[in-house]
Design a binder for this molecule. Structure first.
Ligand code: PLP
Length: 344
């Protein structure tokens, strides 16, 4: 069976985590602070704070921007519920907008229409590893939280995603670009935002009381994150090689292979293609020993029973994600192309 995603942990990753275990110092400590420094320096941002998940990172990013009751937060409908949850955690009002049907990213034009006096922030996920249209989005003048859970290492006009918005978040969940099991990071050039996030992630030994969280990352996870970060460029190179092979093999059988507009560097966290009958396609691929999935389980407007969202619905009704990960062997990638060609 070729799985849809696969964790790539080598002996170096395991040794890093084992060293922490042997040290007996497991909680947030030296490995966490060095992950923060190394990650911020890699992305090209001044400061980073490590937390327990991407969702926790989003939650704290919203608080740090002062978003709460009475604020509106703009986000795309075509995304997982983690984003919607984080907006609800701070009691703000989510304002869902449609996507660009070619890039699957939030549409700058739709954001513009959704802006009101209450808009406090826009959450911009770079979907499937392709940077969103940051020039247009940043020109709107609203604070942007870049959601880089799927885009670690992707670049927009030469700059890494996560270095463009007011604040950004990353996920270290097992199947993301970097695997620590669970984990997240908040990045910003603004020292005040970062000081606040650092304070809020830990409740203990504070002089004054305010609502704080237990969002700490362990040193075991940080050690994994650190050694995975060293491999990120090679992970991306492997993903791009597989994507190139898929593009060449599928161009003639699918209506569109993933778009990469000028100035953007895709890292292919997911390789998504449109097919007429996703459920039937996924079943047939499984019969051939290949696991494919819908890349977004259900768009947010469908959970909230909101009308509209034409492009989100169109994309969702066809999108299928096929296996892509650094350890996928070339012969298996060819097997996947052959299976798709036969089915379609
Ligand atoms: C775009 C996006 N944002 C946020 C998250 C949440 O990250 P985590 O699972 O680490 O909480 C995910 C996770 O799948 C995601 O895809």
């Amino acid at each position: 069976m070729i799985t849809h995603s696969k964790i790539v942990l080598d002996e170096e990753d395991i040794a890093g985590a084992a060293d922490v275990l042997r040290s007996g110092l497991l909680v947030q400590g030296k490995a966490v602070s060095s992950l923060e420094e190394e990650f911020a320096s890699f992305i090209g941002v001044r400061h980073a704070v490590a937390v327990s998940s991407g969702t926790a990172a989003l939650h704290l990013a919203l608080i740090c921007l002062g978003i709460g009751d009475g604020s509106e937060v703009i986000l795309p409908s075509y995304v997982c519920t983690a984003l919607l949850n984080s907006v609800h955690y701070v009691r703000a009002t989510p304002v869902l907008v449609d996507i660009d049907p070619y890039t699957y990213n939030i549409s700058a034009k739709q954001i513009e229409k959704a802006i009101s006096k209450k808009t406090g922030a826009i959450v911009v996920p770079h979907m499937f590893g392709l940077p969103a249209d940051m020039d247009e989005i940043l020109s709107l003048g609203i604070p942007v939280i870049e959601d880089c859970a799927q885009s670690a290492g992707a670049r927009f006009r030469g700059q890494y995603t996560g270095s463009l918005g007011r604040i950004s978040i990353f996920s270290l969940y097992a199947t993301k670009m970097l695997c620590a099991g669970e984990g997240g990071l908040i990045l910003s050039d603004d020292p005040d935002l970062i000081t606040r996030a650092r304070d809020l992630r830990d409740y203990d030994e504070k002089e004054t009381y305010t609502l704080r969280y237990n969002y700490k990352l362990t040193d075991i996870q940080a050690a994994l994150g650190k050694s995975q970060l060293k491999k990120l460029p090679s992970f991306i190179a492997k993903r791009r090689k597989i994507a190139g092979l898929y593009n060449a093999g599928l161009e003639q059988v699918v209506s569109r292979t993933p778009s990469v507009p000028e100035g953007r560097e895709h890292i292919y966290y997911r390789y998504v293609i449109p097919v007429d009958d996703p459920t039937g396609f996924i079943d047939k691929m499984r019969e051939k020993g290949i696991v494919c999935r819908r890349p977004v389980f259900k768009p947010l407007h469908r959970y909230l029973n909101l009308p509209g969202y034409e492009f989100t619905d169109k994309v969702w009704s066809k999108a299928v994600s096929v296996p892509i990960y650094p350890s996928l062997e070339e012969k298996d990638a060819h097997r996947i192309v052959d299976a798709i060609r036969t089915i379609l």
